[in-house]
Design a protein around this ligand. Sequence first.
Ligand code: NDP
Length: 339
Amino acid sequence: SRVLLTGGSGFIAAHVLDILLERGHSVVTTVRSQEKANKIKDAHPKYGKDKLDFAIVEDIAQEHAFDKAVVSDPPFEIVIHTASPFHFNVKDVQKELLDPAIIGTTGVLKSIAKSAPSVKRVVITSSFASIINPFEGDWPSHTYSEKDWNPINAEQAVENPAAGYRASKTFAEKAAWDFVEKEKPNFSLATMCPPLVLGPIVHYLNSLDGLNTSNQRIRDIMQGKAKEEIAPTGTYIWVDVRDLALCHVLAGEKEEAANKRFFITAGYFSNKEIAQIVGKNYPQYEDGLPTEKTPGGGYPEGGIYKWDNSRVKEVLGVKFRTLEESIVDTVKSLQAVGA
Ligand code: NDP
């Protein structure tokens, strides 16, 4: 199919792009600059313009940002919207997190409904942030699934960047479902709700300092920052980026994914386990790693929420990589950029 992928320079999107190309799709991806387009293009020399092309969308928070990008010849059948800010170094939660997430999402949907009648499916990268109830803490009696929605409100959203990020994902996903319900557009929707995403980075876009948010804890452990005390794990469930990327592509391809929300996790992890896997597979980092006795980084003593990933396994049929495989490959990819 002909696919529009937004935010092609992102950690997750880079893998979505590779899987789309491997499966024979013809892709246009949006990036913020020609420089980024060139880097992606140079890293995929075997694909011509008919298979891999680019549209520049500098800021998804601008109304009509996607008006031009959604129009293509041949026309698009699938749109995968991944672009959204994921970092916490913001001063203005509204401008830097909420606006790009929400206006970016509603904006791409409006542009498709107006100018891209051939689109049949839109896949949106949402998050476990839109599922988790942050006010319940560890909540060992609860099993999270697609039925849960983060109850955060507009006032709580601007309290701090972490709340702002979770709210940005919650409000954006809600706005997408509302849009489909009210407008009854030409496409059906599927949303992807992963918790912490770990896995290899693509070397052509990355540096150790500019590393995507979710892999920073692995870099920090490799750099010796967990030696005295391991940082709190925070979110205790995860998924490998390659498995998540495949879910995006399958959710675009499969009829059965229409109008479904997918909670996509491989299971539990802790920072302590990451450190152990690094030590076991890469003895050269041993000096900077925590030992059995180092405090922190484990699971809460009172237990933690449970998770139900049955829908994604049944409908999309994806098998999940193990934490060990994911961490081993991530470390290798970080070494390639100088770790
Ligand atoms: P990245 O930071 O690597 O990717 C974010 C992408 O969004 C980049 O391509 C970035 O472009 C683009 N982007 C951000 N703001 C704007 C803007 N205002 N205008 C245009 N483009 C913008 O992070 P991930 O790959 O991890 O995130 C991708 C998606 O996955 C996001 O929707 C995120 O919320 C979601 N997600 C991620 C999880 C994780 O653990 N990694 C967990 C759950 C959900 P540029 O790089 O040029 O700034």
